[in-house]
Design a protein around this ligand. Sequence first.
Ligand SMILES: [Zn+2]
Ligand SMILES: [Zn+2]
Length: 422
Amino acid sequence: MDLDDNSRNLVQALTNGDPEKISTSRFSSLLASKDRDYLLSSTTQDDQQVKISDLEGKAIGLYFSANWYPPCRNFNEVLIGVYEQLKSNGSNFEIVFVSSDEDLSAFNSYRESMPWLSIPFSDLETKKALNRKFEVEGIPYLIILQPDGSTLHDGVELIYRYGIEAFPFTEEKLEELRREERIKHESQTLTNLLTNPGRDYLLDQTMARKVPVDSLIGKTVGLYFSAQWCIPCAKFTPKLISIYHKIKRSLEGKGGGEDFEIVFVSNDRDQSSFDSYYGTMPWLALPSGDPIIRTLAKYFDVQGIPCLIIIDPDGKTVTKQGRNLINLYQENAYPFTCAKLELLEKEMEEEAKRLPRSNYHAGHRHELTLVSEGNGGGPFICCDCDEQGSGWAYQCLGCGYEVHPRCMRAVDPATAASVQHT
Ligand SMILES: [Zn+2]
Ligand SMILES: [Zn+2]
């Protein structure tokens, strides 16, 4: 008998019921309480309880989530899909829900959607202890506990990024996925990004003409992930359209064959919303519902829309921050390269030197102070245009009201004082 056989026997002894060893096992000490050695099973099971000792030897996902919070509900759907696939192919995996719901009825209705196990809602102490132990600061949060005792904290990201491929969540597996991803990104071209075996074209405004993907080679291309139902998209799209026209016009003026194009990657739920939304856009589009849309969202790890990904004339990714850069620099952001951004940052530093140190804004009654990344600033949402910002800003040090320098609608203090405080 070699060593491997020995360790297998040990695992068997543990799972086949040596009660003393089980009661001190890792999962019991985490998940059980003084008078509970079980978890609630999914509501579809006849048996209401599952012994915690049954979990030994499995990879366990500890899932911190709450019904009232939309990002949790979004992730929940994705996680259910992954879980059901893993279960159907017999993987040694289980999930335990740690609820942050406000009351028992919210917990119960959320739990009804879940095919996995739960810690009873009433066991506040165990839930608190888990939140503390794993330093859970935001939800959804998914911690993977490996049978070998190791722990992974970025389960949510791994599930969003790799789906079922992430299993069994070991360091080797993740390294392999990262390597594959790197190779894919290195060999990336527009053609392999945007075509599939049955389609080598994009749609244009007429919806009838087919534009070959290859005709974009040599251009800077923006992939615009957006949808009509998304409110921030509705605000950003008109701005992007106007900037798109400005970039196109200035390139035409320059001559020299340089060109810019945008491709709409629709997250609309049906053809009619695609049609009406795309009807407002002057650029190209992937067909509605094309399977490549999901692949692209995963490949670029798109976590929210609107999202603008910039591809350079060689087909390589320049930046995933197109939206922020458009908000910061408008048409000047083109062609979004590091060199261009460095130049713009320097210009902004120079410009900031000429800005007044403090000012009053038409929408706020307190004085606003000029801040930057280094002194109290940081990423923010502009209270004037509702878009993201970073770097220089005017901020009310008292209540956090913050605007882009270019959104600074300056007024004299007397006018500002009459503004209703919000
Ligand atoms: Zn603004
Ligand atoms: Zn204020």
